[in-house]
Design a protein. Structure first.
Length: 289
């Protein structure tokens, strides 16, 4: 019996209740979008400051990476033919932080394409938790090493040296460092740097252009060049990440602004309709008397 009491409520009061609920829902959503806009604007400002520092540090790191990679091209280092069970090493340079567009996804997609064609012949080292999370679901057996806590602070040569030291413990014939190369504030490209084993460097045809090279010197230089190229790739990735996050947060702030305008217009129209309907009801009631 009591469940039917709602039928006794006048139709005008039910309409008013529904309109008030709509106004309240729009008001809550409008407040939520405004808060999101404040957060995205703050993140944009923080990313802009970090991007300025990352770009300045990248200019100092470019000669280090270019000098380390020039050795392989001048000595014409290649993978020796006829190698039994060759192993290729891929190092993904990403970070632990998101909200930066497709920076991490592009690196993981590159490595995923390599794994689909070569399978178990590829070993993967992930720098940053984002690439590990993307690749682990399907290619967890290929991941031999994962480095996290990357991206909270600017990368240093010490961080790259630690990764290079751990990398030297694994046997591989050739490999690549996959990273995002910074081009401009709104543009970056996914690139790679070649890395080779000691046997590949020793068998290089033009290694003789360098004087006084023995096995110890070559091994020491390979360890240094690995750390140098990783450091350069991490700097390139950090600069690309900050610029992409700054652009993403700017776009998110603009989208939130457009949504705020639409919600404000909807709120005002709904509120005006409620007031008009109430005035009509009052006038109708007064004229009936």
């Amino acid at each position: 019996m009591f469940s039917k009491t709602a039928l006794l409520v006048p139709q005008c009061m039910q309409q008013q209740t529904r309109n008030m609920a709509t106004l309240k829902a729009i008001s809550i959503r409008l407040k939520s979008v405004k808060n999101i806009q404040k957060i995205t604007q703050s993140m944009k400002m923080v990313s802009a400051a970090k991007y300025t520092r990352a770009e300045r540090e990248l200019k100092a790191a470019k000669p280090i990476g270019a000098g380390a990679s020039a050795f392989y091209s001048k000595a014409e280092v290649t993978t020796p033919e006829g190698t039994e069970s060759p192993k290729e090493l891929l190092i993904a340079v990403t970070s632990d932080r998101g909200l930066c567009g497709a920076v991490h996804t592009s690196v993981a997609r590159w490595i995923r394409n390599e794994l689909q064609t070569k399978g178990d012949k590829v070993l993967v080292i992930t720098i940053g938790d984002k690439s590990r999370a993307i690749l682990q679901r399907l290619y967890g057996n290929n991941i031999i090493l994962a480095a996290n806590e990357v991206g909270r602070r600017p990368p240093t040569f010490l961080d790259a040296s630690k990764v290079a030291q751990e990398t030297s413990k694994y046997n591989f014939t050739s490999g690549k460092i996959i990273y995002n190369k910074f081009k401009s504030v709104v543009s970056y490209t996914t690139s790679d740097l070649p890395i080779f084993s000691l046997a590949s460097v020793t068998a290089a045809p033009k290694l003789g252009v360098y004087d006084s090279l023995d096995a110890d010197v070559i091994q020491s230089y390979l360890e240094f060049s690995m750390a140098a190229m990783l450091y350069y790739a991490m700097k390139e990735g950090a600069c690309s990440e900050q610029s992409s996050r700054m652009t993403s947060m700017d776009n998110a702030s603009k989208n939130a602004g457009e949504m705020i305008e639409k919600l404000t217009l909807t709120f005002n129209r709904t509120r005006q309709a409620v007031i008009t309907r109430e005035l009509i009801e009052i006038i109708s009631g007064a004229s009936a008397l």
